[in-house]
Design a protein around this ligand. Structure first.
Ligand SMILES: *Cc1c(COP(=O)(O)O)cnc(C)c1O
Length: 361
């Protein structure tokens, strides 16, 4: 049979989204000025809007989520000998080149992340250093949470859990930072406004270039004094950008237009997960798919190895992320349609059973 029209379904990450026409149009007409001097109106407008949405006093646009987390941790841990408590499966600990210690001199104290992205509260409390040991211990100053939790498959931390960790932090005089790269996904999935979800946090970093689809950028939010210090660190790290309103204009459109699309991404993720769950050789926990991220295992009963499966999909225009010899990740975003999902499922079916499935391609 002749090969069908070529089609690309890019499920590697929600970072692969391309700016929409509306974003490009907004970039073309964006009012700009020098943001290092603090005068770029498009940057200020985005920051004001993000502070409002998150219920914090102030916000700062930064080039990436990694820089947003690094700056936030360093502001809270500005004295040498500081220690931060964070999940052993957290993005900050695993995927950010250890920047908090290599650049910031902050000591990481990891606590085991549960399957759902939480850390047990009693384990967090047990990890807090006793101030009486100041001669030998680093000083605990910060707790970091991640919501949604990427490596756990985009699971959401509840407002009750977040509040409890916030209370614990307060009780011990610590700060709480939330890596909210996908906080909008968590908010939509839980049906809780972002400002309520992060109420207990002293700072939050939010990615605009993940599911929201902006081409570049993250925002960190917190108190005015936190943001004032963050601005200095951003410059130190080389993240001060001049007519950055070009990027902020696109990000503003992303925030206005794309939050409403996340629900569809979550629905598509569920459809994909449920479809995969029917297939022999795939091991998946459908219930753990709460937002737009899916992890699954290719087990011994599969005809193909994970690598062979990924290669087959690639040949059919479907790009996924192979995480290990058996583990595969798929991430949904607003540029994946329901028909893309059906096409993807039929390709999986073909790969795993060898049976050609006719589908509305
Ligand atoms: C993507 C991501 C980041 C970092 O964002 P970059 O913009 O890629 O540096 C931080 N935390 C989580 C949970 C992420 O998914």
């Amino acid at each position: 049979m002749a090969k069908m029209v070529s089609r690309t379904v890019d499920l590697r990450s929600d970072t692969v989204t391309k700016p929409t026409e509306a974003m490009r149009a907004a970039m073309a007409v964006a009012d700009v000025d020098d943001d290092v001097l603090g005068y770029d109106p498009s940057a200020l407008r985005l920051e004001t809007e993000m502070a409002r949405i998150t219920g914090k006093e102030a916000a700062l646009f930064v080039p990436s989520g990694t820089m947003g987390n690094l700056i936030s941790v360093l502001v809270h841990c500005d004295l040498r000998g500081s220690e931060v408590i964070l999940g052993d499966n957290s993005h900050i600990h695993i995927y950010e080149n250890g920047g908090i210690s290599t650049i910031g001199g902050v000591h990481p104290r990891t606590v085991k992340n549960n399957q759902d992205g939480t850390m047990d509260i009693d384990l967090i409390e047990a990890a807090i250093r006793d101030p009486r040991g100041v001669l030998v211990y680093p000083t605990t100053r910060l707790i970091c949470l991640e919501n949604s939790h990427a490596n756990s498959g985009g699971t959401c931390l509840s407002v009750e859990y977040t509040d409890k960790v916030g209370e614990l932090a307060k009780k011990h005089g610590l700060k709480l930072h939330i890596d909210g790269a996908r906080i909008f996904n968590a908010s939509v999935a839980l049906g809780i406004p972002v400002h309520r979800l992060v109420q207990a946090a002293d700072s939050v970093s939010v990615c605009l270039s993940k599911g929201l689809g902006a081409p570049v950028g993250s925002v960190i939010v917190g108190s005015k004094s936190f943001i004032a210090k963050a601005k200095i660190l951003r410059k130190t790290l080389g993240g001060g950008m001049r007519q950055v309103g070009i990027l902020c204009a696109a990000a503003f459109v992303a925030v206005q237009e794309n939050v409403g699309k996340l629900e569809g991404d979550h629905r598509n993720a569920k459809i994909l997960a449920e479809g995969l769950n029917q297939m022999k050789g795939v091991r998946i926990d459908v219930a753990s798919v709460e937002t737009n991220i899916i992890y699954f295992e290719i087990d011994e009963s599969s005809k193909l190895t994970a690598e062979e499966l990924c290669n087959y999909l690639e040949e059919h225009g479907i790009r996924v992320m192979q995480e290990s010899s058996s583990r595969v990740r798929i991430v949904l975003h607003h540029q994946i349609s329901e028909s893309d999902v059906q096409y993807t499922l039929s390709c999986f079916q073909q790969a795993l059973t060898g049976v050609q499935v006719q589908n509305g391609i």
